[in-house]
Design a protein around this ligand. Structure first.
Ligand code: ATP
Ligand code: MG
Length: 363
């Protein structure tokens, strides 16, 4: 899969911008706060409808403006497609694929596959379970439309059930509704648990191999899915915890409380990993994603690397740069020294200065 070009209008610090990308490696370099991450973000937003760093569309629109546009052309299996996105401050966004408007932003999912790696990805390893669930969900939603459907239904049922739990003390006769919601919760939730289980097994196997190579054979990493409840015990546990849920007015049982663990040489690095260990684990995870996407969809994802090279030692930089052959990559960095010292082949270089992009001579 290859992104051919992008044009922006009033997106963050860009007034207008049109870029053609190389199908291999594209480097965006420049000082801090010039607009490098904004370009990667715009590419990601156009393919997923969401930013990796903020959930609100209005933050993506240039401060003084009411609307922004992103137009992306990409090639998938030899065919060109176009995504037009129209962001508005006080309304939901409008999206068209190949000129045809779509009703729900989620219809975009699965069209372009991205693997986005930024320094914030460390939070997948070291922050709370919500970050890790978000990681699982965003990967699975890109790969599996059925999962997306089941997740959205499951989340709706959790919200309805929590609302009902708050109202039950005023309306005890609503208990019958609770029975219905519990059945739905188990139905959708069980599908999520099963899918997460197989995904974690597949990803875990790749992570184990890549992490061992990345750490020069020094570390063995295990990724394990930790479901809050098993499929077999779900209905029974939900019922057993019902009185407590009614007291606390929230649903305590189900995959919305799942987690995944990362264990390196027997130590749980979520809590006890060094910063470097956590960073390497995050990198293994992202490199594994590339392989898993290739395996599952039979096409290469687009790799977005935001400022990650400076965070890695030279062995790991080498490993990363060597493993991204034959995959379109957009990399941001503050200087080009790392690439020169690694004799890494760069196909296209862009210099980013205050919301403008230049193509320096000599590349
Ligand atoms: P760094 O090297 O520090 O990561 P960067 O080049 O990646 O820098 P960006 O994150 O792309 O920088 O941000 C560039 C500028 O865009 C920042 O100065 C930021 O204040 C500005 N910016 C962010 N949102 C908006 C917006 N909605 N409207 C206008 N400018 C914005
Ligand atoms: Mg940045």
């Amino acid at each position: 899969m290859v992104i051919k070009s992008i044009s922006l209008q009033n997106y963050r610090n860009y007034r207008t911008l049109s870029l053609d990308f190389d199908p291999d490696t594209n480097i965006f370099y420049g000082d801090n706060a010039q607009g490098k991450t904004n370009i990667l973000e715009a590419v990601y937003v156009s393919g997923t409808s969401r930013s990796h760093r903020s959930s609100k569309d209005r933050e993506l629109i240039c401060f003084s403006e009411e609307e922004a546009h992103i137009c992306t052309v990409f090639e998938k299996k030899g065919i060109l497609h176009k995504i037009d996105m129209h962001l508005r401050k006080n309304k939901t966004k409008g999206i068209a694929i190949d000129g045809v408007p779509i009703r729900k932003a989620s219809e975009l999912f699965g069209l372009i596959h991205f693997v986005f790696f930024s320094p914030e990805d460390l939070s997948i390893i070291k922050n709370g379970p919500a970050e890790r669930r978000h990681f699982l969900d965003s990967e699975l939603c890109q790969l599996d439309k059925v999962y997306l459907y089941q997740l959205s239904n499951y989340n709706k049922v959790v919200l309805q059930r929590n609302k009902l739990l708050k109202e039950l003390y005023l309306h005890p006769d609503y208990r019958e509704v609770l029975d219905v919601l519990d059945m739905q919760l188990v139905q959708y939730g069980s599908a999520l648990i099963q899918r997460r289980q197989t995904f974690a097994e597949e990803l875990g196997e790749i992570v184990h191999r890549i992490h061992s190579q990345l750490s020069g054979g020094q570390e063995e990493m295990e990724l394990k899915y930790e479901p809050n409840v098993t499929v077999d015990a779900f209905a029974q546990m939900l019922f057993a915890n019902r009185e407590r849920d009614m007291r606390l007015k929230t649903t305590a049982t189900g995959p919305h409380r799942d987690d995944i663990s990362f264990v390196v040489n027997g130590v749980d690095i979520r809590k006890f990993g060094s910063q470097g260990q956590q960073r390497t684990a995050a990198l293994s995870l992202k490199l594994s994603e590339i392989e898993l996407v290739k395996r599952l969809i039979g096409d290469t994802p687009v790799l977005l690397l935001d400022d990650v090279l400076s965070e890695l030692d030279s062995g790991r930089q080498n490993y990363l740069l060597n493993s991204i052959e034959n995959i379109q990559t957009l990399i941001t960095c503050t200087g080009l020294d790392d690439f020169v010292s690694h004799q890494f082949e760069i196909n296209k270089v862009f210099q980013v200065v205050k919301g403008h992009v230049y193509m320096p001579k000599g590349f």
